[in-house]
Design a protein around this ligand. Sequence first.
Ligand code: VGL
Ligand code: ZN
Length: 196
Amino acid sequence: MAKLKILPTDTLIIVDMQNDFMPGGALPVPNALSIIPTINRYIEVFEKAKAVVVATRDWHPQNHISFNTRGGPWPPHCIQNTWGAQFHKDLKLPRDAIVVSKAFKEDKEAYSGFEDTELDSVLRQRGVRRIFVAGVATEYCVKATAEDGLRLGYQVFILEDAVKGINSPPGSEERAIDNLISKGAVAIRIGDIVTD
Ligand code: VGL
Ligand code: ZN
C-alpha cells in the first residue's frame, strides 16, 4: 500500500483521553497510557499538515443515566468540571484543537462524538472528507464515533496503534475493529502515513 499523505481537509479525532479512563481513574481502560506517545506523534503529523485536530470528551452530569447509581452499566466517571473529566496531562493537544463534549444530557447516553454535538457541522464547514480516529475505548466511544462517521459519509480510518479497548471479555477489542473494517473503515498504523 502506498503511504497516506495527510491533507488539510483531514481530521484527527482523539476520543476521550481523560483521567477517568486512565489507570487510577474511575473507569480505567487497561494500558490506556501506552497509546499517548503514539497519539502525540499523530498530533504532530496532523498539525504539520494543517489538518484539524478534534478531542472529544465524555462530559456527564453528576446523575447521569449511565452510572450504576442509576442502574446503568458504569461507575460514575467523567463528571463535568472534575479532575476525572480533564484530558490526561501528557496528551499534547494543540492550542487550536476543537474540544467536543458529549453525553452531557442527564437522561441520555451517547457514545459517539457526533451525537447531539456540533462535530458534523464543524467538519462540514471545513470541508473535511476523511476522519482518523484514536483514543478510548475501542469497543464503545471509538467504535460509535467511527460508525457515525461512516454513516455521515466520511472516509474513516482507525488508528490501530492509537486506540485501546476495555477488552472484556478478551477479544472484544479485536472484534470491534474487525466489525468497523467490515463496515468500510480502514485500519492503519503510524508507519502507513508519510511523516516527513
Ligand atoms: C466510554 C464507557 C462509558 C468511552 C464512555 O469513552 O468509550 N465508555 N462512557
Ligand atoms: Zn461515559
